[in-house]
Design a protein around this ligand. Structure first.
Ligand SMILES: Cc1ncc(C[n+]2csc(CCOP(=O)(O)OP(=O)(O)O)c2C)c(N)n1
Ligand code: SF4
Ligand SMILES: [Mg+2]
Length: 298
């Protein structure tokens, strides 16, 4: 029997020898993206772990053009690349931003909002691994409630809820936006295809495994990703303009701790004095799901 990746990736568009840690989401994600988007693509990358994985000069990972840009400006840089390509008549070249959660939820949010509001013809991919991993696991506004990072005051774990990026994105009334997981590859690949073939501003937010940052076993990256979807911590849904569709409904109710227990960043929450925080995460997760179902119904 063929391994699953070989079956799905028929046309490999990355070179071998990625510079990432074992079990990193970035590497697997980019393999899938590149195999669908092909060589007629220009990638625009603000600072993130992918800036390193893509290769320091003269190495390179992607069999396509890549523009490295500053943290705050990827959508602005991509807007310029798009305009230049259009001017040359290269309208079939796809322009893709590859950004982390720090570069998206925080530092690049203004430029993202501007490009989305102008409905620039760009595909924005955010690999959400829930912290500034490249510089040593600092908290971002995507970091989950209760997670340990290196920059939380007090007891060292985060006491605020992550920003609802998809809600912010929905408010821009964009042609297409979706969440996706590396544990649900067919769904992910369908969404990349759909985003590729949609005109205007599109955004995909991918749940990004990061073993050093999440304090997980690299071999468990995909299993943990699957459990994030099964426990509804990371629901799979898409939005066309403001029309919501939930893409996967777990068959049974699985408590969030079934996903959190694999991740050392949540270990302290299992101590008796902190267990109430797991209940808070459960309540928040349940509430978000109810809201998603109501939005889909509308
Ligand atoms: C303006 C600016 N501030 C800080 C940095 C340092 N820096 C480079 S990558 C990075 C972390 C990026 O985090 P994220 O966007 O979540 O991507 P990840 O590393 O997690 O993949 C930081 C803080 C920088 N390059 N530019
Ligand atoms: S620190 Fe995390 S995101 Fe960065 S290369 Fe390693 S696994 Fe990937
Ligand atoms: Mg990150």
């Amino acid at each position: 029997m063929k391994p699953a990746l070989e079956f799905l990736i028929k046309d490999e568009k990355v070179y071998s020898g990625a510079l990432s840690c074992r079990g990193c989401g970035w590497s697997l994600l980019v393999r899938h993206l590149a195999s669908i988007l092909g060589e007629n693509t220009v990638y625009v990358a603000p600072a993130s772990c992918f800036s390193i994985i893509s290769g320091p000069y003269p190495l390179r990972e992607l069999q396509a053009n890549l523009v490295h840009t500053v943290f705050a400006a990827a959508p602005a840089t991509a807007t310029g690349v798009r305009a230049a390509l259009d001017r040359q008549g290269k309208k079939d070249t796809t322009v893709v931003i590859l950004a982390g959660d720090g570069g998206t939820f925080d530092i690049g949010l203004q430029a993202l909002s501007g490009a989305a509001a102008r409905n620039e013809n760009l595909l924005y991919i955010v690999n959400n691994n829930g912290a500034y991993m490249n510089t040593g696991i600092q908290t971002s506004t995507a970091t989950p409630y209760g997670a340990v990072t290196t920059t939380n005051p007090g007891k060292g774990f985060k006491r605020a809820w992550p920003k609802d990026l998809m809600g912010i994105v929905a408010a821009h009334n964009m042609p297409y936006a979706a969440t996706a997981s590396l544990a649900f590859l067919e769904d992910l690949r369908r969404k990349v295809e759909k985003a590729k073939n949609t005109q205007g501003f599109r955004l995909l937010m991918i749940d990004g495994p990061c073993p050093p940052g999440h304090k997980t076993d690299p071999a468990e990256s995909i299993h943990i990703g699957r459990m994030a979807v099964e426990t509804r911590l990371f629901p799979l849904f898409e939005m066309e303009r403001q029309h919501y569709t939930i893409n996967y409904r777990p068959e049974k109710y699985i408590p969030v701790e079934e996903c959190m227990k694999y991740q050392g960043r949540f270990k302290h929450l299992f101590a008796p004095e902190n267990k109430y925080m797991i209940d808070e995460v459960q309540a928040h997760t349940d509430q978000y799901w109810v809201r998603l179902e109501a939005l889909e119904e509308m």
